[in-house]
Design a protein around this ligand. Structure first.
Ligand code: FMN
Length: 237
């Protein structure tokens, strides 16, 4: 009897804690983050969530390791928690099933990607942002894109995912336009070209020449160069 009432009390306390946390997050979202459109959950490139997803790095023996379902559990729980707080229409996720960045590779990336896409559909999130299989890395540094093409493709994932699909890696203006026109993706994300061209959308619109990126200043912190100092188009001409 006593144990039962203690259990009930704890349940009430947990409910109250959850309610307080929700109110705090809602308040914070309204004040601090009100200018933001949403949250992109980072599930790519060997960071924490990716380390759970990939069978070559996840060696857990609990319910977060082993089977595909178990390895995806943490990612899906994170997504669900964020969806609960701010709404599925404000949530996206970034994934790189094909990459083995920071030793986080998977023996069956296609199956992993498909399972995630289908599971994310149930949570109804806004978008899925996926790194193309062609990214080439050395250690933890992005070194380029395979120009020889790749037998792997994001298309099955794009077809399996019900929301907006964003592809990234190795795109330029023409390749990006072609991918959208041919319905391989809804949107394209740009990394290095955006870094070197702060006004990239305008340059694309005008089909203007681009600043070339300098990979020697990638990932440098001292001195901080190559991040905010590339010239705008007007200042070039
Ligand atoms: C200097 C630099 C820093 C990056 N930092 C991150 C990062 O913190 N997180 C991330 O997911 N991707 C990061 N990326 C990868 C880019 O987001 C993007 O996926 C990659 O550059 C491939 O796209 P691109 O071919 O358009 O450059 C970084 C890339 C560069 C060049």
């Amino acid at each position: 009897m006593k144990r039962e009432s203690t259990g009930k009390k704890r349940e009430e306390e947990l409910k109250e804690e959850k309610r307080k946390k929700k109110t705090k997050i809602e308040k914070e979202w309204k004040t601090r983050w009100s200018g933001f459109d949403g949250v992109e959950i980072h599930g790519a490139y060997g960071y924490l969530i990716d380390q759970f997803l990939k069978d070559q790095v996840n060696d857990r023996t609990d319910k977060y390791g082993g089977s595909l379902e178990n390895r995806c559990r943490f990612a899906l729980e994170v997504v669900e928690a964020v969806v609960d707080e701010i709404g599925a229409e404000k949530v996206g996720i970034r994934l790189s099933p094909f990459a083995d960045f920071l030793e986080s590779g998977d023996s069956n990336p296609q199956e992993l990607g498909l399972h995630l896409a289908k599971s994310l559909n149930k949570l109804g999130i806004l978008y899925c942002h996926v790194i193309e299989p062609r990214v080439e890395t050395v250690g933890s540094v992005i070194t380029g894109s395979s120009s020889s093409g790749t037998p792997k493709s994001l298309l099955p994932l794009r077809k399996a995912f019900g929301g907006t699909f964003i592809a990234c890696e190795g795109y330029d203006r023409n390749r990006g336009n072609k991918a959208v026109v041919e319905n391989h993706t809804d949107l394209v994300a740009y990394g290095r070209l955006f870094l070197a061209n702060p006004d990239l959308p305008k340059r694309f619109e005008l089909d203007a020449p681009l600043n070339e990126y300098n990979s020697e200043t990638f990932y440098t912190s001292d001195p901080v160069i190559g991040y905010t100092d590339y010239p705008f188009f007007e200042t070039v001409i």
